[in-house]
Write a protein of this length. Structure first.
Length: 202
């Protein structure tokens, strides 16, 4: 995939066309500034400029020493904040990513994993698809024995029908973490990291 720079002038022009299409009054259009909105969408969709695998090259990973084929302890990264844009309604959804993996030969720095989440989130997405993409990139990039990804997010695209935000939890696993008993263990770890009011699993 070719990654290109964001063209902010086209975003500003497109926003103006939207306001005209919905019937904004001339006085409103004359005083309208799309600068902040343009910056908002440029940042929210900046993920097309980057390749997530660039953060997981061997030169960016840390080699670990351990017996061959023996899984290391589980590594859990809870509550990584993210914001994405729904590809159906073009409205934001945001929440937290909880990630765990069992390293085989390498571990990734915290900032590398966060960068993968941020890059894939900064695109038009469905939460379910985003969850699967993060899991697959981490599984391939770190070459882990297992990967677990849970995204817990609030959606505004259904607010007109539900009179509020709708919460969605999506989970994806790869490798050894696809076992149901391992998933239960990881879900309990995530619950332990949250306060009682923030529990994702009852």
């Amino acid at each position: 995939m070719e990654f290109t720079l964001v063209d902010k002038s086209k975003i500003a022009k497109a926003l103006s066309e939207i306001f005209i299409a919905v019937g904004c009054e001339k006085e409103t259009l004359d005083s309208l500034s799309t600068e902040k909105a343009t910056k908002f969408y440029a940042e929210l969709l900046s993920g097309y400029q980057y390749n997530p695998l660039d953060y997981l090259q061997n030169s960016s990973l840390i080699k670990i020493a351990k017996p061959h084929n023996k899984p290391a302890d589980d590594i859990l990264l809870p509550k990584i904040p993210f914001t994405s844009l729904c590809e159906h309604h073009f409205t934001p959804f945001c929440g937290f990513a909880h990630i765990a993996y069992s390293p085989q030969s390498y571990i990734a720095g915290l900032n590398k994993i966060i960068s993968v989440v941020k890059t894939l989130s900064a695109r038009l997405q469905l939460q379910e698809k985003l969850t699967e993409q993060i899991a697959q990139f981490l599984f391939n990039g770190i070459k882990a024995f297992g990967v677990f990804v849970l995204l817990d997010a609030q959606h505004s695209c259904t607010s007109s029908t539900t009179k509020g935000y709708t919460r969605l939890i999506a989970c994806a696993t790869r490798g050894t973490y696809s076992d149901s008993s391992v998933k239960s263990y990881l879900l309990n770890l995530i619950n332990f990291q949250n306060s009682p009011k923030e529990k994702t699993i009852g």
